[in-house]
Design a protein around this ligand. Structure first.
Ligand code: 13P
Length: 361
């Protein structure tokens, strides 16, 4: 393990005002998102979509790293250029999702345990040889009636910590993602209490497994009321609750925090990240960045619809979201950015402008 390399990579991931673009959906998840829009669900279409993302003009101005999936890291552009070369040439850091998914947990009905530790050392060494410099593992914790149970949180935290230790052994920065899900009718306080409990247990396990905190990135959920909670809180309230929860549970030595978006709308994810940075940045020991999948990709996917003629409009939508999140890191995002983009893209009667109008940008 090269301590300084790990620290340098972790710092580059959250450097300045950039963040991560998660494009590591498993084939199943990617196909589900394609199916919802009537896009064919095959390897070539997934490849074409990932090419669209990676060749977005200007992407590296806002994006420090991309998280790939096993299929994607081995793919090429239509002209035969490997995706890894496209990423390296743009000065973007390549990362890879290495868990093998969340499965039903035995004896814990309704709760999940993330798998993927068997054979992980060998897979990490292959990804490292290919050029990956960081990894991601996601644990999912659902809030429900009587859940999550401590046994589920502990098992997931231990798996995250064992994954993180193996990553550091292989000189790969672990992105540690314990996601408390948004689904449910719980309120902000319940999400805050659960997120704090989960993070405390995760950091206990990271300590037991001797993970070097300076050489890792935490990828948490924001603290939010459940999607079906009657009381949806203001952007300020979410920002304050999230920062308070993190200050209580995340050691100052951690190199950076990069939020997942978790199904929030693209605009709300940017607004909430922006509020955290504008209200609290000067008081925080770590950078607050983004590692969004849906909140960066969704508008672009809806415009693309699998059509070659929509590629450049979809890339503009993707770039717009990346720019908004870059502004949110600086605490300089505002609704005028959305209005300006909408103005430019929703005039006229083309299929693309109708898609733009539908997604209310
Ligand atoms: P979302 O931003 O869509 O939640 O995805 C982030 C991620 O990497 C989930 O594992």
């Amino acid at each position: 393990m090269n301590t300084q390399d790990l620290i340098d990579t972790a710092h580059s991931i959250v450097a300045a005002d950039k963040g991560l673009l998660a494009m590591d959906e498993s084939n199943g998840t990617c196909n589900k998102r394609f199916a919802a829009l009537g896009i064919p669900q095959d390897e070539e279409t997934r490849r074409a979509y990932r090419e669209l993302i990676l060749t977005t003009p200007g992407l590296s101005k806002c994006i420090s790293g991309v998280i790939l999936y096993d299929e994607t890291i081995r793919q090429q552009k239509e002209d035969g250029t490997p995706f890894l070369k496209v990423i390296n040439d743009a000065g973007i850091i390549a990362g890879i999702k290495v868990d093998t998914g969340a499965k039903d947990m035995a004896r814990y009905p309704g709760e999940k345990i993330t798998e993927g530790l068997d054979g992980l050392r060998e897979r990490l060494s292959e990804y490292s040889r290919m050029g990956a410099r960081f990894c991601k593992w996601r644990a999912v914790i659902a809030i429900g009636n009587g859940t999550p149970n401590r046994g589920c949180i502990e098992a997931n935290a231990q798996a995250l910590a064992r994954y993180a230790a193996l990553c550091q052994e292989a000189n790969l920065v672990p992105v540690v993602e314990p996601e408390v899900l948004m689904s449910g009718d719980h309120n902000l306080k319940r999400c805050s209490d659960t997120t704090e409990e989960v993070l405390r247990i995760v950091f206990e396990q990271l300590y037991s497994q001797r993970v070097m905190l300076e050489g890792m990135i935490l990828k948490p959920n924001m603290v939010l009321p459940g999607l079906s909670c009657a009381e949806q809180e203001s952007v300020d309230a979410v920002a304050s609750a999230t920062v308070q929860c993190l200050l209580r549970s995340v050691p100052a030595a951690v190199s950076g925090i990069a939020f997942l978006s978790g199904g929030q709308s693209a605009e709300l994810a940017s607004a909430r990240l922006n509020m955290m940075n504008s209200m609290f940045k000067s008081q925080l020991p770590w950078a607050l960045a983004f590692s969004f999948a849906r909140a960066i990709q969704k508008p672009a996917l809806e415009i693309w619809q699998g059509k070659k003629s929509h590629v450049s409009a979809a890339q503009e939508a993707l770039y717009h979201r990346a720019l908004c999140n870059q502004a949110a890191r600086r605490g300089q995002y505002d609704a005028a950015m959305e209005a300006e983009y909408a103005e430019k893209n929703t005039s006229g009667d083309s299929e693309i402008s109708r898609a733009n109008t539908r997604i209310k940008l």
